[in-house]
Design a protein. Structure first.
Length: 288
């Protein structure tokens, strides 16, 4: 699980969404053989009805269930470049920060048609869906998904935008204790709930912090993501470290929440399920 979290930190370090194609021959060809080198890209392709065009992907592409049957051509350690070329894709979707830059450059140098993706906030999901819709000739289906995403996102954010700020500590990992800093995907989700990230002034997007610094900042809520790949010991350790720190408002008042990180950490429409839970948990502080 730690490997997954480390990978995720690398995924969202760039403070912007970058979409570009590595090769442009002047023709708008419809992609029929796609290699998606990011779990979220696989999920987005399925969302618009193009899942059956994916000929390969990488480790951790596990949603929907049909994605588990897709051949794997890489993981956090790198991409099998030769295998990618053998599959003769007409589009390869790469993940800035998630795939090794050397692998991306190698594919680019070989003339592979690349789409580069790096979401930064929920609104970027619509941009990616729109781009994928255009490249696959499924713009109508993509627009329908976009409409649903934007409608629900607006409903969630409107509900909380006028409510009081809640000082929140997001515990990305417990050993070492790691949180979130400014301009990160997860901070944008806290902002959507009108919560205040206690490490918003950190010098990095994913700072390693001390329990003492959390004690000083005294958050009203502590949010701990749990992943399907976590073992029982990891799940227990994540929360146990706070039991002896009753001086912290969140601990004293029972506002240490464990939520589904598989939803919050994936740049797809399902993040809205995670966002809704995140906002509801934070809102409990206001109601007490």
């Amino acid at each position: 699980m730690k490997k997954i979290v480390i990978l995720f930190i690398g995924l969202i370090l760039l403070p912007f969404c970058h979409l570009s194609q590595g090769k442009d021959d002047g023709e708008n060809k419809i992609a029929q053989r796609i290699i998606a080198l990011a779990p979220h890209s696989v999920e987005l392709l399925y969302a618009i009805g193009a899942g059956d065009r994916i000929v390969a992907t990488t480790e951790y592409a596990d949603y929907p269930k049909a994605a588990l049957k897709i051949p794997r051509v890489g993981n956090a350690n790198g991409i099998q470049i030769e295998r990618v070329i053998e599959l003769k894709p007409d589009l390869v979707i790469v993940w800035q920060g998630g795939n090794k830059s050397a692998d991306i450059q190698k594919l680019k140098s070989l003339g592979v048609n690349l789409l580069s993706t790096q979401p930064f906030k929920i609104s970027d999901i619509s941009k990616e869906l729109r781009q994928l819709g255009k490249l696959t000739g499924l713009e109508q289906q993509a627009n329908k998904v976009i409409e649903e995403v934007e409608k629900r996102y607006k409903e969630i954010t409107n509900k909380y935008k006028s409510r009081s700020k809640v000082k929140t500590f997001y515990q990305l990992w417990h050993d070492p204790l790691t949180s979130i800093g400014p301009d990160s995907w997860l901070e944008s989700l806290l902002n959507d709930c009108n919560a205040e990230n206690i490490f918003k002034d950190a010098f990095s997007s994913y700072p390693v912090v001390s329990i003492e610094s959390v004690l000083v900042k005294n958050p009203q809520a502590i949010i701990i993501p749990h992943h399907s790949g976590d073992n029982d010991l990891q799940a227990t350790e994540k929360t146990r470290i706070w039991k002896k720190w009753s001086e912290i408002s969140a601990v004293k008042n029972g506002h240490v929440s464990v939520i589904n990180g598989d939803l919050l950490h994936r740049f797809t429409p399902r993040v809205l399920d995670g966002l809704q839970t995140l906002c509801e948990d934070i809102d409990k502080v206001r109601r007490k």
